[in-house]
Design a protein around this ligand. Sequence first.
Ligand SMILES: [Mg+2]
Length: 371
Amino acid sequence: MFSKGVKPMCRSLRKIAVCFLSETNVASRRLSLSSVFKSTYSSTTSHIHRLNAKSQSTASQNHILNGTSRADVKFLQSSESCRRFLDRYDNFLFDCDGVLWENDHVTHIPGISEAIHLLQDLNKRLIYVTNNSTKSRLDLQNKFNEHGFHSPLENVFTNSYACALYLKEFLGVKDSVYLISGEGTKWELDQLGIGHFGSGADLCQPSSHVSTLLKHKFNDEVTSVLVGFDEHFSYNKIFKAASYLMDPNCHFVATNIVEKSAIIGREGRKMKMPLTGVMVNAIAEAAGRQPVIVGKPFNTMFDCVRKQLPDLDLSRTVFIGDSLKADMGFAKSVGIDSALVLTGVNTSSDISQFPDLCPEFVLRSLADIVH
Ligand SMILES: [Mg+2]
């Protein structure tokens, strides 16, 4: 369905060939996505849930894991190639960590502010789509300001915000969400008026003794279990979540799952930081159920973007990210072009290992669009 009808495999970047999408293929992909939206938004809540789950288990995952797309990659280095790239698109969707700043969430990437200002001066629409559930949209907006640029809140999408939208708009959930996630997710649920409990440290005594576990108090009205990154993640939380999920009517929703760990530490001893995927998988294993994953690379996140920005022309939209699995997979899942920047998770040599996730373009850094 997403075949671009070009060269058979993504080769090394030394063998780069230019590849632009034909309008026919763009139209085909747009039609496919349009069908998903029509199905998603015109049905009842329960039907929507089934469609969403089906979509994730078939279309998206097939394209991500066994994708049919093969494309050559264009390495944007010259001013002429960057100019053509900028002319090609009106809408630029950005991942944040590893693109706008380094993955340590702190270190500036030189030239990013200038690149964003260039795009703004060219009247491009800039939309930010991140899997970082620790931040609210307001947190991100403030962080943009710290890095020297600004964005209206309606152009900022976190997976926490998308989860809140999904619970409210798709599932009709208004209350009693067992929340295993941080302040960013809590803020987004509060903004949409969705009642929740469980955030922060679990106050019950940590113990694996059955006699102690049986004393835990449970909320009989729980409607959903929502899992994101939680620095207070614990055995008690797994126990409670898995117990709530024994009820098949209790929704199981996760912010993201691809991000499982990150290496931290620049000098001396390096360390491995567990991320959201570890927590989601722990609960899924204990519960014996799989969640609906809202964040990238699954297209529920994009459904939320389209609901808020329905006039987005997909044929003139590109996603710029640093992760082949999360970002390039997301772009392929929703049927838009993609560009990989080499300032984050993946290197150019990784591309050949994931031929199904080949981006259309590679940039050493987003800053390289400024010449
Ligand atoms: Mg990233």
